[in-house]
Design a protein around this ligand. Structure first.
Ligand SMILES: [Zn+2]
Length: 386
């Protein structure tokens, strides 16, 4: 009897603590990124996508420099503490309402605009075969009674939504094209807007702007050559410059993220690209391992939908004599391949920590050959777009 009573009191206390511990915070800062866990390794916890600023969120707990957000009754996610501002907002209640939508097109993009009674947290991802963008809206109930679709939205096959949990709505946007070319998602007022890149009728590399990123720079030197002591930052720049020169010669528009020895934070690289809206991003790095025998070339992606670009480039690179395969690496937690805005490919040319690979990296003819193969990979990818 006694122990039962203690148990009851303890349960009441825990319940009360849990209910009162939540605080309202506002999402703020440079590219706030939700995480699926508070796992810590060299690359940090796996990312669930960027979140717009100005959203009032429920903060339930904190650990390892992260806040635990209560997205909906059943869902939690993590957000670095730097992205939460305490403003004295009250906790949002009851769930927001999803209202009417519109779907329309422009010359290069299609826009899906989702009406909401207030800004809510969301996550989104791309599915393939068929190419579909899925958006999950948290702490929301649907009151969507119509969706206006204009014939100008040529890149969109169908849109639909489903109330998957009491307070979670899943939105599905099925594309008319077979491959994803990227989308931006952000609030315009209280409307959540997706701007989706449409495949050109006759896709050609000349229609495409390629952003080129030379990894590291300035005080961020990156890896070091095992024999020569050369710095990764200097050689990534040589590869980036060589690709830039080749693409320009071929009449392809380019954006160089850096063309000198300057330190630029990876987030600032992405922010710099935002207004320029490139169609594709190639980032050059040189690999390094504590295992001296590790060698070879590799390409990386975060989103499966963008994998084909990295496969086309890798298969071209593997035609270079004497350059072994290190692999095609997916789900890669690297800042520059996180955006859904445009397909991206991280190229880890070869290993500076391996003597044979280092010899290749130092060789100007190899660098010329390598960027030529990257160019051919881009060509094959563009041709493959349906
Ligand atoms: Zn690097």
């Amino acid at each position: 009897m006694k122990s039962w009573k203690i148990f009851w009191i303890a349960t009441m206390l825990l319940t009360t603590t849990a209910a009162t511990a939540q605080r309202a915070g506002v999402v703020t800062g440079k590219l706030p990124q939700l995480a699926f866990s508070n796992g810590t390794d060299r690359l940090g916890s796996a990312k669930a996508g960027y979140l717009d600023t100005g959203i009032v969120v429920r903060v339930a707990d904190s650990a390892n420099g992260l806040y635990t957000l209560q997205l909906s009754r059943q869902r939690q996610a993590y957000l670095s503490k730097e992205f939460v501002q305490w403003r004295g907002d009250s906790l949002p209640q009851p769930p927001a309402l999803m209202e009417a939508w519109s779907v329309r097109g422009g010359s290069k993009y299609d826009t899906v605009s989702i009406g909401l009674s207030r800004k809510v947290a969301y996550s989104s991802w791309m599915e393939t075969s068929p190419a579909t963008i899925v958006v999950e809206l948290y702490d929301v109930q649907s009151n969507t009674n119509w969706i206006t679709q204009l014939s100008s939205a040529k890149g969109i096959a169908d849109v639909s939504w489903q109330q998957t949990e009491t307070d979670v709505v899943q939105v599905r946007i099925q594309l008319a094209q077979a491959q994803h070319l990227g989308y931006r998602i952000a609030y315009v007022g209280k409307r959540l807007q997706l701007i989706i890149t449409r495949r050109p009728a006759h896709a050609h590399l000349h229609d495409i702007t390629v952003a080129i990123d030379a990894g590291h720079g300035g005080s961020n030197t990156g890896a070091r050559g095992v024999k020569s002591g050369v710095l990764e930052k200097d050689y990534t720049l040589l590869f980036a410059k060589a690709l830039n020169k080749l693409l320009q010669k071929k009449g392809v528009k380019t954006i160089m993220i850096r063309d000198s020895d300057t330190a630029i934070d990876n987030k600032d690289r992405l922010l710099m690209l935002q207004p320029l809206q490139p169609d594709v991003l190639i980032s050059f790095h040189l690999n390094s391992s504590s295992r001296p025998s590790a060698r070879g070339t590799s390409t990386y992606y975060r989103h499966v939908a963008f994998r084909p670009l990295t496969q086309h480039i890798l298969s071209q690179l593997l035609e270079i004599d004497g350059l072994p395969e290190f692999g095609n690496i997916g789900s890669f937690n690297f800042q520059l391949v996180q955006p859904t805005d445009y397909p991206s490919c991280l190229v880890e040319v070869a290993f500076l920590s391996n003597e044979e690979d280092e010899q290749l990296i130092l060789n100007e003819h190899f660098r010329e050959k390598l960027v030529h193969k990257v160019y051919e990979g881009l060509l094959h990818w563009v041709k493959s777009l349906k």
